[in-house]
Design a protein around this ligand. Sequence first.
Ligand SMILES: NCc1[nH]cc(CCC(=O)O)c1CC(=O)O
Length: 326
Amino acid sequence: MTPGTPTTPVTPMTPGISGTAFRVGTRRSALALTQARQVAAALERAGHRCELVEVTTEGDRNRAPLASIGGQGVFTGALREALLRKEIDVAVHSLKDLPTQNVDGIVLAAVPPREDPRDALVARDGLRLADLPAGARVGTGSPRRLAQLRLLREYDLELVEIRGNVDTRIRKVRDGELDAVVLARAGLTRLGRQDEITDTFDPTAFVPAPGQGALGIECRNSDEDVVRALAGLDESRTRAAVTAERAVLAGIGAGCSAPMGAFAETTGGVEGDDLSLHAVVAAVDGSASVRLSTSGPLGDAEEIGRQLAAALLAEGASRLIEERVT
Ligand SMILES: NCc1[nH]cc(CCC(=O)O)c1CC(=O)O
C-alpha cells in the first residue's frame, strides 16, 4: 500500500451512519494503528463514519538515533502536513511525541482519558530494576530515561541506545541481547503486552515524559464538524494534567528529546479539584539534576506548569539540558 492510501472503513456498513467519512490519519506501527482504530471506533459510536489513512513519517523511515535525526515531531510532522494538505481530517498522535508549538490552522481538539502514564521495565527472569546485577545491559533510546536510570542506579548499569517499535525492543530481551528495556506502560497495555512488565516505576521518582500515556487528536481548526465531534472525546482531567506537563516542557524551551520529565495527577479535594505536578530535568550523564513539585487548582493547569518551568530554569535547568551528550 502506498502512503496515504485510504484503507477499509473501520466498521463496514454501520447502520444509521451516513455522510462523508472522516479520514483518520495514523502512522503504520502496530501501536499507532491500535490507537487510531480506538479513536475511529469512538467516533463511529458517536455517529461519524471513519476510514483509516496510513501515513509514513520521518521517524518511521529513518532508523538513525532520534537525537541525530534532530528536530522535533519526527513522528508527527507528516500527519500534520497531511492535515494541512487535506489528505486526512483527523490526526491521531501519541501526545508525548507531539511538539508543544502551535501549528497555524491546526487545533489539538481532543485529549481522551489517559492510560497509565508510568514507565515500566521489561526484564529477563522477572527482574525488577533494583534486582538487576551490576553491568546489566539495559536498552533505551530516550535521554530522559537514560538520565533517570543513571540517577537511580548510579553508574553500574550498561545502558544501550536502542530504537524500534515495542515488539522489536521486547525481542531484544527475549533473545538475550539485553537484560532489560524501559518502555511506557501505556504502549504495552494498548498492545496487550502488559504481562511482560516486570517492574513499574513510581512516577514521582522516575518521571514520565509530558503527555505520556495520552493521545493527542488534531484536526483543522476550520473544520467545525470535526472539531465538534472530537470535543466529545476530550476528557477534562487528562486535558488539565497534560496541559500542565506540556507547559513545563514549553516553558523550559525544550523538545521531546530533552532529558526532562513532567507528571501531573489530579485529585478531587473538598475545596475543588487540584492538580499536583512533578518535574525533573537532568544531565543525561546523570551527574546532576533538578527536581521540583508544586500544586494548585485544576483550572490553572497551564499557569502551574509555566511557573514550575520558571522555577526549574532558576535552578539551572537549561544548563543541564545543554550539557547533554547524545
Ligand atoms: N516515542 C515512542 C512512543 N510514543 C508513545 C509511546 C507509548 C505510548 C504512550 O506513551 O502514550 C512510545 C513507546 C514508548 O515510549 O514506550
